[in-house]
Design a protein around this ligand. Structure first.
Ligand code: PMV
Length: 353
């Protein structure tokens, strides 16, 4: 891969920090897909089979500081102040290798990352985590990247992170199939999607805070390899995406919600048909889905989406968020319910380069 593809012109030469060490801190928020990313066509480059579209949230930011440590023989990582090892550290270190390659700099780094998701809330933090890491690491290593290049870079850490670079709604382009790896990498990034006039909330019902039995990476692989429903879903997801963009353009929350719900249920159908099946939906998930149906019968525009876990996110007009939250709390008294709205783009903290 050629490093110059990723630079926002003109690219300035890295400047040493006055203290002698390069460092930068960035903040990013999680996002929830309304049109799902499910399935990679290239695992190393993290190229998806389908385009996806999400809403960045205004809750649970991740703050990540990257400090170059030229004297160190390896990278270090702390999560919430605790040293991380094993696969987690390996993944972050592999990501830093990409940044080092692009920057043409060899130094190792110390990464300190803080999630604000309540411990064990069962909400994926890889999107906000790798978006914050991409922005902080690029700055610490002296790369001057624009948002598109940040998105491409974040994608390599976790596909969904490509969308957390942007505020509000964002579409992640799969890019056209090509055998040229540089070309494929360049063509796959997220960009903002206009949705003026839409005033939504996303009410999140956390029904199970435990870790997932099957990672999304493994579940995607198995679905692609074995599910007879995958190709039909991928085809219909392209239609969903087109309709979703039109619905967002006309700020039609009902259509946005209906498309999001059918797209998510379709994604889960592909995994249920995998061999062996991947089932993230739990009894409590279905109880919440019943609550959402009842809300609609009662005239509230509420629509559900679920990811690689049993938790349910319910899209509704902002004005109805408290009513939806009350219904979901009653449906799953043992769970917890949170209200989110469209959130901001990933950014460097002031005072950092
Ligand atoms: O980015 P990953 O590998 O955590 O995959 C996320 C996949 C889903 O959350 C299920 C869907 C999506 O588009 O975010």
């Amino acid at each position: 891969m050629r490093a110059d593809h990723h630079l926002a012109p003109p690219a300035a030469a890295p400047r040493p920090h006055p203290g002698g060490q390069e460092h930068a801190t960035a903040v990013a928020h999680p996002n929830i897909a309304l049109i799902k990313y499910w399935g990679k066509r290239d695992e190393r480059l993290v190229l998806p089979r389908v385009d996806s579209l999400s809403m960045t949230l205004d809750i649970f930011p991740t703050t990540t500081r990257v400090r170059l440590t030229p004297e160190a023989g390896h990278d270090t990582l702390t999560l919430g102040g605790r040293p991380a090892q094993g696969e987690t550290l390996r993944r972050v270190s592999a990501f830093l290798d990409l940044v080092r390659q692009q920057a043409g700099r060899p130094e190792h780094a110390a990464v300190d990352s803080h999630n604000t998701v309540p411990t064990g809330a069962g909400l994926a933090s890889s999107a906000s985590g790798f978006a914050a890491l991409a922005v902080a690491a690029a700055a610490a290593y002296g790369l001057r990247l624009d948002a598109t290049a940040h998105s491409r870079l974040a994608r390599r850490g976790s596909g969904s992170a490509s969308r957390s670079i942007f505020a509000g709604f964002a579409q992640w382009h799969a890019g056209p199939p090509t055998a040229d790896e540089d070309e494929a990498d360049l063509a796959s990034y997220a960009e903002p999607v206009p949705a003026a006039g839409l005033d939504p909330a996303l009410v999140i019902a956390v029904v199970n805070a435990g870790p997932k039995a099957v990672s999304s990476r493994e579940a995607m692989r198995r679905t692609l390899d074995t599910s007879p429903l995958y190709e039909p879903w991928a085809r219909s997801s392209a239609d969903d995406l087109r309709e979703m963009r039109a619905a967002l353009r006309r700020a039609d929350l009902e259509a946005v919600g209906e498309i999001a719900e059918r797209n998510a249920l379709g994604m889960h159908a592909t995994m249920l048909a995998a061999r062996p099946a991947v089932r993230y939906l739990a009894p409590a998930t279905l109880t919440v889905l019943d609550g959402v149906l009842q809300l609609r019968k009662d005239g509230v525009r509420a629509y559900a989406t679920m990811d690689a876990g049993p938790n349910v996110k319910v899209l509704c007009p902002r004005a109805d968020a408290e009513r939806v939250a009350r219904t979901l709390r009653a449906a799953v008294p043992d769970g917890s319910v949170l209200v989110a709205r469209p959130g901001p783009a990933a950014r460097l903290l002031p005072g950092e380069r």
